[in-house]
Design a protein around this ligand. Structure first.
Ligand SMILES: Cc1cc2nc3c(=O)[nH]c(=O)nc-3n(C[C@H](O)[C@H](O)[C@H](O)COP(=O)(O)OP(=O)(O)OC[C@H]3O[C@@H](n4cnc5c(N)ncnc54)[C@H](O)[C@@H]3O)c2cc1C
Ligand code: SF4
Ligand code: SF4
Ligand code: SF4
Length: 374
């Protein structure tokens, strides 16, 4: 029986999960491959559907290595840091000794990840619901409702007093649109610059569904490496590692690498990568539609949960689990030993979801692999 799974992630991670769903029929099935090799079955592509997608707004992400070097130059070791927060263009490092170190992001662009320079989705347009802080007062979340099921759930949560909601004002909505348009227009220029020096950015090209499939099915890991990974376009989403039927991809030193020989006629990793061809069917919108398609935008605050902003994400996930609308969810939590170094988990444990509240400003490959055990 298929299990109901939810995911919370950045727009690029949501795009990866969307491609995993959309290319179900084209993917070489792991079960089939393992049965053919007389091995224990490890997965079935029928199990990969992700039923509820929660996107975080995302302007950019940070390179852990560069951030670490920058802080070291200021005599701050990562082990001294309890958490990071972004407030009014400032990245705040909260130290365990109670002091706060401020980094002005308008000046210090050293640790922005290069692949984020070509990202054209701020608001997580492919999700059921997108959540961020921009445009809402302190302690509230801005929530873009995109699907009918998300609308129904938010209404029920409001009626049952799990959340408070407010209408977004015209001015607040303008702020949201402006930020998204700023990111998209800036990064479209970056894409043009890259392409002008022959560094292809495949996912920007809007092509038909048939063409996207046809082109992708001619490609394998070598193409992924040359067209995405070495081009500085990989977002480290973890989808290729999960979907490889030969289990030969591993993310090592923050880079997907292949350890072994590919299967014949396999294009799985290339098909699901969010930085390869994007068909019109998947992309849905064009680059002028800054917030994507949506039903409503609200300001939301959890009545019980303390999150990064209004706690809307965690309140929603807890509700989905409590009401058995989903059975498990991918969240990102802090590693107990290295609190600043997050990791992705698939869990059905409500306490664990509550403990995962808060933004981790780092790229975290989603453990899509955990779906193998579902
Ligand atoms: C890299 C990054 C950049 C962001 N940039 C912006 C921005 O420019 N503008 C803006 O308005 N909002 C941005 N956000 C979103 C914002 O920081 C809050 O996460 C959002 O407002 C939700 O707050 P909340 O209180 O509702 O969530 P909470 O209830 O605190 O829950 C947060 C959820 O996010 C998940 N999560 C945390 N870190 C990550 C991560 N690195 N990858 C995947 N999932 C994660 C956790 O699993 C948790 O479930 C960004 C988030 C990230 C991760
Ligand atoms: S590529 Fe970077 S900017 Fe784009 S959604 Fe992913 S983390 Fe955010
Ligand atoms: S690495 Fe090779 S075998 Fe694995 S998914 Fe990619 S093309 Fe297929
Ligand atoms: S190369 Fe792999 S990890 Fe990188 S963006 Fe593509 S699918 Fe994700």
């Amino acid at each position: 029986m298929e299990k109901k799974i939810a995911i919370v992630g950045t727009p690029c991670q949501i795009l990866a999960s969307e491609k995993l769903d959309k290319y179900k029929d084209e993917l070489l099935n792991k079960n089939q491959v393992s049965a053919d090799k007389n091995k224990e079955g490890i997965n079935s592509t029928e199990e990969i559907a992700i039923d509820f997608k929660v996107s975080l707004f995302c302007m950019e992400n940070f390179s852990y290595r560069s951030l670490k070097t920058y802080l070291k130059d200021h005599n701050i070791g990562m082990e001294k840091i309890k958490e990071f927060k972004i407030d009014k263009g400032c990245l705040k490092a909260f130290l365990k000794d109670g002091t706060v170190f401020n980094i002005d992001l308008t000046k210090e662009i050293l640790f922005k990840r290069k692949n984020c320079d070509i990202c054209t989705d701020f608001a997580g347009n492919l999700s059921d619901i997108s959540i961020g802080s921009v445009a809402s007062p302190k302690g509230w979340s801005t929530v873009i409702i995109r699907s009918k099921k998300a609308k129904k759930i938010i209404e029920r949560m409001n009626n049952e007093n799990h959340i408070e909601t407010k209408e977004i004002s015209v001015n607040e909505k303008k702020i949201l649109e402006n930020l998204s348009s700023k990111k998209i227009n800036r990064n479209l220029k970056n894409i043009d610059k890259r392409e002008s020096i022959s560094r292809p950015v495949l996912y920007k090209r809007s092509i038909s569904n048939e063409k996207a499939k046809e082109l992708s099915l001619e490609c394998s890991f070598e193409n992924l490496e040359s067209d995405v990974i070495t081009q500085g376009a990989c977002v480290l989403c973890g989808a290729c590692e999960y979907i490889c039927p030969a289990d030969i991809i591993q993310i090592h030193n923050r880079r997907p690498q292949k350890f072994g020989d590919c299967l014949e006629q396999c294009s799985n990793c290339f098909l699901v990568c969010p930085r390869t061809f994007l068909s019109k069917e998947i992309a849905k919108n064009n680059f002028d539609n800054y917030l994507g398609n949506y039903i409503d935008i609200l300001l939301v605050k959890s009545t019980k949960i303390k999150g990064q902003d209004g706690g809307a994400v965690t309140a929603l996930l807890v509700y989905l689990l409590e009401k058995k609308i989903i059975e498990s969810v991918f969240v990102v939590k802090e590693d107990e030993e290295l609190p600043w170094k997050p990791k992705s988990i698939l869990t059905n444990n409500i306490k664990e979801v509550i403990n995962s509240a808060g933004t981790k400003y780092s790229t975290v490959p989603i453990v899509f692999k955990a779906l193998n055990g579902v």
